[in-house]
Design a binder for this molecule. Structure first.
Ligand SMILES: [Zn+2]
Length: 248
């Protein structure tokens, strides 16, 4: 089944608008599928391009992946581009690539039954990530301020009125409050959470306005989805979303 995803032109394929032919495992009947398979419009064979700037850490051929390239992104995440055509790889290990740079040509090498691009994203520890938010541009690979977690804890402790020691534990959790578009939607904690989610790459947050409105709810839902939490857009007092935010 082909599913068209709009507005992702020039992300990982140079010309074609992308069709998903096989989706990421959590939305797929093939639950072990670790990436998204894409073909170009009208099945056109297209050049494969880097989704964002980074450093090539792998450029070689394997039996299963075919000719493939791995790029380490600015934030340490790894993007993978599989099944490229023989002799088409344009980059080698150690190369710095820019956004949109051609890596090779879509192909049918390795464990593949037709020309397509298998695009996958992992974090620095190679835990699989859903590539779709990156294709849609709701998440990116921008390196966050390395102190953003610590900043978040200090700021959230301050606005929740607990001891400001930078250590998130039961005392901080105890002081947490429910935040949603209906409850505490102008509480100072909203801005602190907006900043934190933005640092984590959640562009859905939009303007940092301190208001838990439509965008805030959207971002919280996406965060909950990504962390396998109940997806309701509500950060409930002392509950799992708070624990995950605080990393407890
Ligand atoms: Zn695939």
């Amino acid at each position: 089944m082909r599913k068209f995803i709009a507005d992702v032109k020039n992300k990982v394929l140079e010309k074609g608008e992308h069709y998903i032919t096989s989706d990421y495992k959590t939305r797929n009947t093939n639950r072990s599928h670790k990436g998204i398979d894409l073909i170009g419009q009208n099945k056109s064979i297209d050049n494969v391009t880097a989704i964002d700037k980074g450093e090539v850490i792998t450029s070689k051929k394997s039996n299963t992946a075919g000719n493939y390239v791995e790029v380490k992104q600015e934030n340490g995440f790894i993007t993978r581009y599989l099944h490229m055509k023989d002799n088409s790889l344009k980059v080698k290990k150690g190369d710095k690539v820019s956004k949109g740079e051609v890596l090779g040509r879509m192909g049918n090498t390795g464990n593949s039954t037709g020309a397509h691009l298998h695009f996958a994203v992992t974090d620095a520890k190679r835990n699989d990530q859903d590539p779709l938010p990156y294709l849609l541009g709701t998440k990116d690979f921008t390196k966050a301020n390395s102190n953003y977690y610590q900043d978040f804890i200090l700021k959230i402790q301050k606005v929740l009125g607990t001891k400001v020691d930078g250590i998130a534990g039961p005392n901080t959790l105890n002081k947490t409050i429910t935040i949603s578009s209906k409850v505490n939607n102008h509480h100072p904690a909203v801005l602190v959470i907006q900043e934190y989610l933005t640092n984590l790459g959640y562009k859905e947050v939009g303007k940092l306005d301190g208001i838990a409105g439509k965008n805030f709810t959207k971002a919280v839902k996406q965060y909950q989805k990504d962390n396998n939490l109940v997806v309701d857009g509500i950060i409930t007092k002392k509950a799992q979303t708070w624990k995950t935010l605080l990393n407890i």
